[in-house]
Design a binder for this molecule. Structure first.
Ligand code: 1HA
Length: 270
């Protein structure tokens, strides 16, 4: 049910029904990769869900059988992801904080690709329900990027240090079953049951004491809240890295559909 007083969204579809707000990324021609406007709209939707006391759960998902493939490399300039006026202004840090801070569970409903910055989004959500066709993985070191904030530290909390390092250093892709076996996904169901299963999890949560759920989320968060300082430094480092030739080679190789050539860049010993 789309509320009339909500702003018109271009990059997401935002709906509310039966106590559940659904934020769906909607740029299927780039497999739901995001640009600054996408993140701004998601922030607005999350804030609406935050202040609507009829909403008890937020579902984060993507249109057309994909979750999200991270930052849109086609609008990535020397200083990061450009908005429509050409200014690099991607509020990903803010979005990560909002998904963590909103005092209601956020469930990632994942079909298809959850890759790169789109993988970090599902990692940060409270729970993940995946279809058997979902594919998970990081790409940063391949395309000249990295998320050394919650994308590293919180991932390691979930899958353990060895597996988290493997995920980032190798940039392999993992099936839904593999993701479940490493604790990265709560439940895997056939694609045609994904909506129904997610709705069932929402109903179970909605039947519980909202205050208990709210404080449980805050309690779980507290253990990793020190990550905010790390996140600020890490995302700042990524922004600086984007201005380098090395990072640009990663992006350009992706756009040119070739392997990146990082051979000439130094493994700096300090
Ligand atoms: O690391 C960060 C950040 C870190 C700190 C702070 C902020 C951050 C913000 C963002 C990010 C990142 O997200 S970096 C990582 C960005 N994402 C990627 O590197 C994923 C790029 N995509 C892929 O590796 C592949 O497309 C794929 C494995 C997901 C799917 O491959 P497949 O099945 O072969 O499909 P493909 O043909 O590649 O994709 C279909 C279309 O979608 C292509 O467009 P076309 O050639 O038809 O014009 C493809 O270019 C496009 N596409 C897919 N993903 C992206 C994309 N276009 C732009 N950006 C994308 N992310």
């Amino acid at each position: 049910i789309y509320r009339a007083d909500m702003p018109e969204f271009e990059d997401i579809i935002y709906t509310k029904a039966d106590g559940v707000a659904t934020v769906s990324m909607n740029r299927p021609w780039v497999l739901n990769a995001f640009r600054p406007r996408t993140i701004d709209e998601m922030l607005e939707a999350f804030h609406d869900a935050w202040y609507d006391d009829g909403i008890g759960v937020v579902v984060l998902t993507g249109e057309k059988s994909n979750f999200c493939t991270g930052g849109d490399q086609k609008i990535r300039g020397q200083g990061g992801y450009n908005d429509e006026s050409g200014t690099p202004r991607l509020q990903v840090r803010n979005l990560h904080r909002t998904i963590r801070e909103i005092p209601k569970p956020v469930i990632a409903k994942v079909d298809g690709y959850s890759i790169g910055g789109g993988h970090v989004l599902h990692v940060i959500c409270d729970l993940t329900i995946a279809s058997d066709r979902a594919i998970f993985g990081q790409t940063g070191p391949k395309v000249g990027s990295f998320d050394a904030g919650f994308g590293a530290m919180y991932l390691a909390r979930i899958v353990g240090e060895k597996k988290a390092r493997e995920i980032w250093y190798l940039c392999d892709q993992y099936s839904a079953e593999e993701a479940r076996d490493m604790g990265l996904v709560n439940k895997v169901v056939p694609r045609e049951q994904l909506d129904e299963e997610t709705a069932l999890w929402c109903r179970k949560i909605l039947a519980k004491s909202p205050t208990a759920i709210r404080f449980m989320k805050a309690g779980f968060n507290a253990d990793t809240d020190h990550g905010y300082g790390l996140q600020a430094l890490a995302h700042g480092a990524t922004s600086l890295f984007y201005t380098s030739d090395e990072a640009t080679e990663g992006r350009t190789a992706f756009l040119e559909k070739r392997q990146p050539d990082f051979a000439k860049y130094r493994r700096t010993p300090w």
